[in-house]
Write a protein that binds this ligand. Sequence first.
Ligand SMILES: Nc1nc2c(ncn2[C@@H]2O[C@H](COP(=O)(O)OP(=O)(O)O)[C@@H](O)[C@H]2O)c(=O)[nH]1
Ligand SMILES: [Mg+2]
Length: 331
Amino acid sequence: MKVVVMIPCLNEEDTLPLVFRTMPQSIPGVDSIEVLVINDGSTDRTVEVARELGVKHFIHHTRNQGLAYSFRDGLAGALELGADIIVLTDGDNQYPQERIPDLVQPILDGRADVVIADRQTQTIAHFSPLKKFYQRRGTWFLNLIAGTRVPDATSGFRAFSREAALKLNLVGRYSFGMETIIQSGHKRMAIDSITITTNPKTRESRLIKSDLTHVRKSGITILRGFVTYKAYAVFLSLGLVLLVVGLVPFLLYLYALLFASDSGYGGRHLQSLIVGGVVLTASFVTLTLGVVADMISVNRALLEDVLTEVKRGRVAERGEPVFGTEETRTE
Ligand SMILES: Nc1nc2c(ncn2[C@@H]2O[C@H](COP(=O)(O)OP(=O)(O)O)[C@@H](O)[C@H]2O)c(=O)[nH]1
Ligand SMILES: [Mg+2]
């Protein structure tokens, strides 16, 4: 059983040594712990510092790619290293690395595919009341859409089973944290959480420039995830609403045409006919789009399956044990 701890780093020379100070040397039930640093175009001594700290595995981005791509590349890299469990932590020593054994335990026990640490944001002193509010509402909304019960949706202290890492296919450039939850929820992975206390702040968050931008971008991620996985439901409900709205004036016109004696072929209700016709057309287009979206989502599901198998094959080629050792495969 191998645990790979991945640390995406953008200029973390000062704080990386602190991260290693609390890194566990051994975990019961785990044979080896390896660290993978994703150097996201750092311009300081991050890489040298990491080497001095004994890091052997690196992924280098020649130019800054952002945290989402760093995470995506880190997952792929960790799989290639033969990880059974992949842990994500920050390079700014925000998270208590000494809790990694607790974080991976639900996966070791076979109870979870994904474990997300709950920072108990309502108790974090340096979070403003507004940030706490967004945090609570955002997490609530995300859970609603993803069908999950994650207490802290934006926490960056997480563990993934190999199977989860194989199945996650991330496309967004922002909020990979939320995107992973939406996908995990949709793919019916078991998500667990443990409560942690974060370390005192070492520096300002570089990711979250302003609360409002964060809310806007997270909102887009959530909506996009919803439309991606629930496209049919979105278009179908919209189409049905439009159908009902369009039918009312249309039927009014029909009624006038058929039964009102003075209407002159319903002439006085021509507006109803126009409005009804336009709305009914919109409804028809929306329903058709729903069918197309549904077909695209079938395609997406197939492509994702292929991608997962390609990744699995690549990991297997390396001579590492593929997920699904004999015992798990027969379960
Ligand atoms: N801000 C930022 N962090 C990055 C980037 N690429 C990798 N990281 C790393 O991602 C982690 C999270 O960044 P941080 O600023 O602490 O964000 P926060 O913890 O979500 O407030 C840190 O370890 C960074 O070094 C990037 O493009 N921008
Ligand atoms: Mg941080």
